[in-house]
Design a protein around this ligand. Structure first.
Ligand SMILES: *Cc1c(COP(=O)(O)O)cnc(C)c1O
Length: 545
């Protein structure tokens, strides 16, 4: 709680996507849902924080499965009648034209105020810029980032929203820093002074654990599109290098930076260790908005120290019912359900569990194990789509034991993290910066079965509040996939399944331990407290250079 804390800095929080609710589809996945949960926590705890984002008219994608089992994308044009029109329009220079952006206010999901920029202005030739989240090529992305960053600062000024700290949640918002520099230059500061003045007010959260995941842009394109915002090549080079690296630039434009779990902190420090003129990178582990994700009946039973199985059985029944409505498949409420919902991309290894057919098929046939999958692939990611195709094939082969739910969104996520028995997570390491779906499962007493990456290294304890897939020791002849597959089967067959079928009492104890472990430590309430304590209130700091 922030009660009693005086003079809290006012924070403007920038993010490309927000997942507040399935009815406002302007998110693609974890980053957006995290930001949405954060705004809800800010509102609950009365922190002076304001969100800035973009109103994506066509969502990220709606993704369905055709007769042949292939995913395909549709892009409905959304009407968001229920947003409040602030009456403010800001103009942003892109490709030499002035692009008008309307500013909408979202505040009805019990969230801190969220202002969304929208280029879909009647008569404008530039409506395409804010149509699809992460859609189009490099030009589109840069144009979108100019709107978020430069347009975002202009919107704050036009709305008279004051901010002491500018928080860039991931590098997409970086051009906001260039707009702060431009403001400084306009006041008569030198470039050096304006840079320093901007940087003292900016903090940055990185979400990417691998070098290749950091966005880079060619300078020519940045200049052409207007992202230079009045600066020269030399000045831009000093900030972001050549090609212009958005993460490096965000680091050089901020006075404090953090990663999103302790392990990710270590990975990020290693990744950026050779880079000069950046702040040290700390870590603040992500959290989830518990009231959004925890089943109220589970919460009630937990707080009154009552039987957790009854409310869990109810949530499981509701999941089975929604599966029946969506797919016609009927799962067995008495048999174990393992859930897995992720963006379909190679490193998350959605299909790892099918690795050895001689082990997994009999279990599916006997109906002792049931699997529920969901997840979208990026529309241009053919490899991701082929993973989905494989999952759909399994679904069709093992009707009622394997289910794939199309068009993964917040609503499906809610049913799954409340109604499955076990939550499976097996990405290659160390590629998961944090992961948050496992936290949502944990607060519902849905037990994590996970490799040790991201938040999991700080969370579930093996055999107590979940199960961990430690590396198989002393087995260098096997590759990582093979080792993890063996660990997965060993834990599943020797621990998870026996406890589920033979020791319901222990299962319930583990459910309770899972909720104990997660409900504060992995809540967005704890997270925002930490951001105020260790980041916002510490800025500006002396930079290590
Ligand atoms: C929580 C959530 C995510 C993020 O899950 P990860 O564990 O980080 O993969 C993605 N999409 C939706 C809809 C979510 O609710």
């Amino acid at each position: 709680m922030n009660t009693g804390e005086q003079n809290l800095p006012r924070v403007a929080y920038f993010c490309m996507e927000y997942g507040l609710d399935e009815k406002l589809p302007i998110y693609s996945g974890g980053l957006g849902v995290l930001a949405g949960d954060y705004l809800k926590a800010a509102r609950d705890q009365k922190y002076p924080l304001t969100g800035i984002g973009i109103l994506w008219r066509q969502d990220y994608t709606e993704q369905y499965i055709d007769e042949e089992g292939n995913p395909y994308d549709v892009y409905p044009q959304y009407d968001f009648d229920y947003l409040k029109d602030t009456g403010v329009t800001v103009n942003v220079e892109i490709w030499g034209s002035s692009v008008p952006c309307r500013v909408w206010l979202v505040d009805h999901y019990h969230n801190a105020p969220l202002y969304l920029l929208d280029a879909d202005v009647p008569g404008s030739r530039h409506t395409w810029i804010t149509s699809r989240l992460y859609g189009g090529g490099k030009e589109d992305r840069i144009a979108q980032e100019i709107i978020l960053g430069i347009g975002g600062i202009k919107a704050l000024r036009a709305l008279n929203v004051e901010a002491d700290i500018y928080h860039f949640n991931e590098g997409h918002a970086l051009f906001a820093g260039l707009e702060l520099i431009r403001e400084g230059l306009e006041k008569g500061l030198s470039f050096e002074q304006a840079w320093e003045d901007a940087r003292r007010r900016v903090v940055f959260t990185t979400h990417t654990p691998v070098e290749a995941g950091n966005e880079k842009h060619p300078h020519g394109l940045l200049q052409e599109l207007g992202a230079y915002n009045g600066l020269s090549y030399d000045q831009m080079y000093r900030i972001g290098g050549d090609p212009f690296n958005m993460t490096r630039a965000a680091l050089r434009l901020s006075c404090m930076a953090n990663a999103v779990s302790r392990l990710h902190g270590r990975t990020s420090r290693r990744l950026w260790s050779g880079t000069e003129n950046i702040p040290s990178i700390t870590s603040i582990t992500n959290g989830i908005h518990v009231p959004t994700w925890q089943d109220p009946s589970i919460a009630e039973a937990y707080h009154h120290n009552r039987d957790l199985w009854e409310p869990h059985k109810q949530a499981k029944k509701e999941l089975i019912e929604i599966i029946r409505q969506k797919t016609g498949e009927v799962m067995d409420p008495h048999a174990l359900i393992v859930g897995f919902a992720r963006r379909a991309t190679a490193y998350k290894r959605s299909d790892l569990i099918f690795g050895d057919t001689s082990i997994i098929y009999p279990m599916l046939q006997e109906g002792r194990l049931q699997l529920v999958f969901s997840g979208k692939a990026h529309p241009d990611d053919e490899a991701g789509k082929s993973i989905i195709k494989d999952l759909v094939k399994m679904d069709r082969e093992y009707k009622n034991s394997v289910v794939f739910l199309e068009n993964y969104d917040i609503k499906i996520a809610r049913y799954m993290v409340q109604g499955c028995d076990v939550w499976l997570n097996n990405p290659r390491r160390p590629l998961e910066a944090s992961g948050t779906s496992g936290m949502k499962a944990a607060v519902n007493g849905v037990l994590n079965l996970s490799v040790v990456d991201g938040w999991v290294a700080e969370g579930p304890r093996h055999g107590i509040s979940g199960w961990l897939l430690e590396n198989e020791p002393e087995n260098d002849s096997l590759d990582e996939d093979e080792r993890d597959l063996q660990a997965l089967y060993r834990v599943l067959l020797n621990e998870v399944i026996p406890v589920y079928y033979k020791n319901p009492r222990r299962w319930q104890e583990m459910m309770r331990a899972s909720i104990d472990m997660s409900r504060w430590e992995f809540s967005s309430e704890r997270m925002i407290r930490d951001y105020y304590r260790y980041i916002y209130r510490q800025a500006p700091v002396i930079l290590t250079s």
